[in-house]
Design a protein around this ligand. Structure first.
Ligand SMILES: NC(=O)c1ccc[n+]([C@@H]2O[C@H](COP(=O)([O-])OP(=O)(O)OC[C@H]3O[C@@H](n4cnc5c(N)ncnc54)[C@H](OP(=O)(O)O)[C@@H]3O)[C@@H](O)[C@H]2O)c1
Length: 332
């Protein structure tokens, strides 16, 4: 029998295991024009929380009692589609199922000889693309500037910080443990780190680690950390709104200080970013990321959870900061 994971309830606040349901269904068979896929690595991502709400957004909400989906690397087990052959590896937006069929639309082949399969969900997938394209489009990083990054030891944040170093910036990261700060500095080359969980005054901590102020704030978390960054933003500063994970489980709209004055006085530009709006730039961006990887200018971390049955818990653990780098689930 084939296992699938359905959305059972729309979570209230932090998602719980009881919001998910495991079901068994008949093993699928590929029809003419289709491939039969076996999931190998499943990406769990903070944005999936947004799809669990029944609200209009840039992407349709998940339906109750239907399988969830995310980016997945899968193996072609059999093929009746001339574009794919048995043994190929592909990635694409696929359902949380052990086996599934596909007509091949939206599937991209991946080359295991060029990078590990899981890397196509992270540094060579939407994570790397998000970091690279958003910095390119909005960041306008200049040598010697200060780049402040939140969610800094995570998948997007760790890549953003490294690109900041490649561009000659001073890079300061914000993360949730001293161990993560160590990783940021030792592995990813950040200059300084702030542990937001043990820091009482974030604005002051940013001021002392960014003595020349913040030229670019890369925001993965929103909320009070964004407020504190705004208190340190420089003239002509740029704020990239990539995500706001600190707010994803809130049940009521949150309010904060008013920063209109700072926007005007400091002529700050703040812009939201959605990687899915930039598909045309994926090719050149992947080329650049691959080049940096090959030149050892870029590296990555992964937290690999094992077992199909652990996908929901791995997703929930993102909100507890249990990952270092990209969180993926390996399926046997
Ligand atoms: N706009 C786009 O196109 C796009 C694309 C991809 C991702 N994103 C966004 O980018 C952000 C990072 O995504 P990712 O895939 O790289 O995830 P990630 O950073 O690898 O994982 C999430 C991390 O967020 C931190 N976190 C959790 N709760 C938090 C809270 N309340 N306050 C502050 N930090 C918290 C945790 O690290 P700590 O231990 O440091 O707390 C956790 O490890 C998310 O907001 C995501 O939605 C946007």
């Amino acid at each position: 029998m084939n296992q699938a994971i359905l959305l059972k309830n729309r979570p209230e606040g932090k998602p719980q295991l009881s919001d998910f349901e495991f079901t068994k269904e008949d093993q699928p068979e590929d029809q003419d024009g289709e491939v039969l896929l076996k999931s190998k690595y499943v990406s769990v991502d903070p944005y999936l929380r947004g799809r669990m709400r029944d609200v209009e957004s840039y992407i349709d909400p998940f339906k109750l009692n239907e399988p969830l989906e995310s980016n997945i690397v899968a193996e072609v087990i059999s093929s009746k589609n001339s574009n794919f052959k048995e043994g190929d590896f592909v990635h694409g937006m696929l359902k949380w199922k052990e086996y599934q069929t596909s007509d091949g639309k939206g599937l991209n082949k991946v080359d295991e000889d060029k990078a590990s399969l899981s890397a196509y969900l992270g540094i060579l997938g939407l994570t790397g693309l998000t970091a690279y394209i958003s910095l390119d489009k909005i960041g306008d990083l200049k040598k010697g500037e200060t780049l402040l990054v939140s969610g800094a030891s995570g998948a997007v944040g760790s890549t953003v910080g490294q690109i900041g170093k490649i561009k000659g910036c001073r890079v300061v990261g914000i993360a949730g443990s001293d161990e993560k700060l160590e990783l940021m500095k030792e592995k990813f080359g950040f200059d300084e780190g702030i542990n937001y969980k043990s820091t009482e005054d974030m604005a002051e901590a940013i001021a002392s680690t960014c003595p020349n102020g913040v030229d670019v704030y890369y925001d993965n978390v929103g909320g009070e950390i964004l407020d504190a960054a705004m208190n340190n933003i420089n003239k002509d500063g740029r704020v990239i709104n990539c995500g706001a994970i600190s707010l994803y489980n809130e049940t009521e709209p949150q309010t904060g200080p008013r920063y209109e004055g700072i926007f005007v006085k400091k002529t700050v530009k703040m812009q939201g970013f959605l990687v899915r709006d930039h598909v045309k730039e994926f090719g050149p961006a992947i080329q650049q990321l691959t080049k940096w990887l090959n030149e050892d200018k870029l590296t990555y971390s992964e937290t690999v959870v094992e077992g199909f049955e652990n996908i929901p818990q791995a997703f929930i653990d993102l909100f507890e900061g249990k990952n270092k780098g990209k969180m993926v689930v390996k399926i046997y």
